[in-house]
Design a protein around this ligand. Structure first.
Ligand code: F58
Length: 830
């Protein structure tokens, strides 16, 4: 039954007064004990840490829901235009701490727990995280959810509720080992299952074409299987605002049992079918930047896209609105091509199921979608072979062919050459025919964006060049940003308090106001407090490192950090080569100018990516060598922290002095770790790649350690014929460092272990490490010099933070609203 009173009077009418979800210390304490007893059947004396965490999470969830329900109500009543963000990945990180900040009840909660002799930090530490993404792309989606909620944009994030998220990484004998991430094993207090919100998704089979009585051409899709998707909702609160939902789909069998089989007594075979259906959302594919055409992955993509579009159509038509106005109600953002089958699915729903004529359906579709590209790496551009796509989604293949034939016709009319047409076709005919999903997304969208200025420029001049010429107005840039509340206010309370003490709390909702810190950059007292905060964070990380790896490090050393997925293009091994050079120098007794440093690495390698795993092995080998050598370990230490994830990241960024952003220029679309580090006061050593370019522009080149070739220089080098071997022959230092890899001094005398890396660098060096090596080492000398002048370093650190205002995801979302979605915030009257 509908109610159109204010939420408060609604609560009164059901006898649930505001104090039920009150925010005072007493209210929180009472609610917590209530949850512990009535939800979990526990008294405080007999609880497990997970009980305590769960009771607290449920207590906070109630408070979040109160806000959240209010915003859904208002979005509906105001009939506002909204955004659906379609992403195959999310990395929300732990919810509890962030929600406490958003509700402004950190202190109240701490005190409530203290009165029960409990410690909030211990309870926060109990929370695991939903590892529903690989890396930057998934985390960006979650930063966007945070900002959409904070800005009050009517929006919903759709995705997949993987039962096993990104694998857990352990290090055994120096190697990465993968184990499954059973993130749901102790329950998930944040999600709400909606059994009544479910949709049927079809797969396989064939199509039947005919003309009906009214002379309308019709197509029936006769699938060979059907699967049900059920919604699981997680409320995402905004900062001092209401909230939005992340709606994740779980696959289930349409019927739990296949009764025809059951009746003849084969119970096990009947259940088997159910199990097979549920496979679709079992596990996240752990490959980053390298896509192989796995059937199950295509099924996952189609499954969540179809559920989401059916859900949007339900929401749209529910209140009597016309489907033909779908694009006026929703902008749908495609987070990379992973959900791009949505273009064909919306066409199918409109044309086949809702009987809208092709041309009109195509207009609606093209006014609905916008597409974000996150990579230029050729191996990461999604393609599905025509044979696979036709087998799993026969109707969609027909629709894609139809879209393509009309599109190519248009090009022919415009006088495009055969070559150009072949290049732009949705179908790649070279080798096994396959569908280019980036082309489908581009043709089916009204806007296409890259994720940093440089990346958007390269997107237009390289990968989607022909399309940018054809439709220049379609292309735009939205530079990434990060949820600064999570990555500064929640993870670095020391720094947040110091900042707020000086400039107030405005930066929490308007990051640009950090610029008010500039005037304190040279203030000696302020500098000292700035350093004290950093030292405290480093001390905390030091304890964590020892717990995790057994290695003792000294918080007074320079913490030089590279954390991100392990990939050749990101060049973790460039940092390692420099560490080996330092090691050799120390062994030679040439220790002058070396600032005592701890080099910290973390990141997962795709399980099938041999060289990335070998890079991890190289890091652990160098760590063993360095850390065990008395002569060396006073000056340098090396740490590989296993199982990098959002929770760990929140410990690492606040403790970093130096942020390594050293990818080969032109390869990192944006990077977002670079922003999180700088916002926590780390200085950056980096190349002119991705958002580094804009970070440097903002913080000033004198506060940024720049090295390496530019994108243009790299292309030039390649054109001239790059011969890495020449660098080996002509550069003493390079030769010594590379030979060291195969000298047997690493990994207990194993001379062969690192040969693949050695040969890779000498023969191809696809990411031009050797060419950039000298420039990197020289920059490191400058880093050491500045570090030795702590006043200078601190000044730069303060200026970095003060000038990072651009890089909040609030700003990114505002850009999306203005440049792409044309949506406005909805004001919520409490
Ligand atoms: C990342 N991509 C970019 N992909 O590499 C990074 O530069 C950018 O800052 C970030 O997106 C956000 O825009 C990325 O993380 C993936 O993880 C994909 C997962 C699915 C398979 C292909 C890679």
């Amino acid at each position: 039954k509908k109610h159109n009173r204010s939420i408060e009077s609604y609560f009164e009418s059901i006898g649930a007064g505001a104090s039920d979800v009150g925010l005072s210390k007493e209210d929180i304490k009472k609610a917590f004990l209530h949850k512990l007893f009535y939800h979990l059947g526990r008294v405080p004396a007999l609880t497990t840490p997970n009980d305590l965490y769960t009771a607290m999470a449920l207590t906070i969830r109630d408070r979040a829901l109160r806000k959240f329900v209010r915003s859904i109500e208002e979005f509906t009543q105001q009939d506002a235009r909204g955004v659906a963000y379609l992403s195959a990945e999310y990395l929300p990180g732990p919810h509890l701490g962030n929600n406490l900040l958003n509700l402004h009840i950190v202190e109240e909660t701490k005190e409530a727990l203290a009165e029960l002799d409990l410690d909030l930090d211990e309870i926060l530490d109990q929370e695991g995280e939903p590892g529903l993404g690989n890396g930057g792309l998934g985390r960006l989606a979650s930063c966007f959810m945070d900002s959409l909620a904070t800005l009050g944009i009517p929006s919903i994030g759709y995705g997949i509720r993987y039962e096993f998220g990104i694998f857990k990484q352990e290090i055994k004998e120096g190697w990465q080992m993968e184990t499954t991430d059973k993130w749901l094993h102790s329950g998930n207090p944040w999600e709400i299952v909606r059994p009544e919100i479910s949709y049927v998704v079809k797969f396989g089979g064939r199509t039947e074409h005919r003309t009906n009585g009214q002379n309308r051409y019709e197509v029936d899709w006769l699938p060979d299987s059907e699967i049900k998707g059920t919604a699981y909702d997680t409320p995402i609160l905004g900062y001092q605002s209401n909230g939005i939902i992340m709606r994740l789909w779980k696959a289930e069998a349409v019927e739990s049992f296949d009764f025809s089989v059951y009746n003849i007594g084969d119970y096990y075979r009947a259940v088997e079918k159910k199990l097979r259906s549920e496979n679709i959302t079992k596990v996240l594919y752990p490959n980053d930047e390298n896509l192989s055409g796995k059937e199950l992955r295509l099924k996952q993509q189609y499954f969540f896209v179809s559920c989401s579009l059916q859900d949007m159509i339900r929401l749209h038509t529910m209140q009597g609105r016309k489907l033909k106005k779908f694009h006026e109600k929703f902008a749908i953002q495609l987070n990379d091509t992973h959900p791009s089958i949505a273009v064909a699915e919306l066409m199918r729903l409109l044309v086949d199921e809702h009987e809208i004529e092709w041309d009109e359906a195509w207009d609606i579709t093209r006014q609905t979608f916008a597409y974000t590209n996150h990579t230029l790496l050729p191996e990461a551009l999604e393609k599905w072979t025509v044979s696979l796509l036709g087998r799993i989604l026969p109707r969609h293949l027909e629709i894609i062919y139809e879209i393509n034939s009309r599109f190519l016709e248009e090009l022919r009319d415009k006088g495009y050459s055969g070559d150009q047409i072949a290049r732009m076709s949705l179908i790649d005919e070279q080798g096994e025919p396959s569908v280019r999903m980036a082309h489908l997304a581009t043709v089916g969208s009204f806007k296409v964006n890259g994720v940093s200025e440089l990346h958007s420029r390269l997107l237009k001049s390289q990968v989607l060049n022909d399309f940018a010429d054809l439709w220049p107005g379609k292309f735009t840039n939205v530079t990434n940003g990060v949820a600064h509340r999570r990555f500064v206010a929640v993870s670095n309370p020391g720094l947040a308090n110091l900042i707020s003490e000086k400039i107030g709390f405005g930066w929490l909702t308007n990051l640009s106001s950090l610029s008010e810190l500039e005037k304190f950059a040279k203030d000696e007292k302020f500098q000292q407090r700035w350093r004290d905060v950093k030292l405290q964070n480093k001390t905390a990380l030091t304890r964590f490192i020892e717990e995790q790896t057994g290695v003792k490090v000294d918080p007074d050393m320079l913490f030089d950090v590279q954390v991100k997925r392990i990939h050749e293009y990101k060049r973790q091994h460039l940092m390692v080569l420099h560490i080996i050079d330092l090691y050799l120098r120390i062994k030679d007794g040439k220790t002058e100018n070396i600032a005592p440093s701890t080099f910290i690495f973390a990141g997962k390698a795709a399980p099938g990516y041999f060289l990335a795993k070998l890079i991890i092995r190289l890091i652990t080998a160098v760590a063993d060598l360095v850390n065990d050598d008395e002569e060396v370990n006073k000056l340098i230490k090396v740490v590989f922290l296993p199982n990098f994830n959002v929770k760990q990241a929140q410990r690492v960024y606040p403790a970093a002095d130096l942020s390594e952003q050293i990818s080969m220029a032109g390869k990192e679309a944006s990077g977002t770790g670079n922003m999180k580090f700088a916002l926590n006061g780390a200085l950056t050593i980096g190349t002119l790649d991705g958002a580094n370019v804009e970070i440097r522009e903002e913080v000033g080149d004198e506060n940024f350690f720049l090295f390496g070739q530019t994108t243009e220089e790299i292309q030039q080098t390649r054109r001239e014929g790059y011969r890495p071997y020449q660098y080996y022959e002509e550069n003493e230092k390079i030769k010594r460092v590379l030979d060291f890899l195969v000298s047997g001094e690493l990994a207990n005398g194993d001379k062969d272990l690192f040969k693949p890396l050695y040969h890779n660098l000498l023969q191809q060096d696809p990411y031009q490490l050797l060419k950039d090596f000298d420039s990197y080492c020289a920059k490191k000398e400058e880093v050491f010099k500045v570090w030795n002048d702590q006043e200078e370093w601190t000044k730069k650190s303060i200026l970095n933070v003060a000038r990072m205002g651009k890089f909040s995801s609030d700003r990114s979302i505002q850009d999306y609203c203005d440049r792409i979605w044309q949506v406005k915030p909805v004001k919520i009257q409490e």
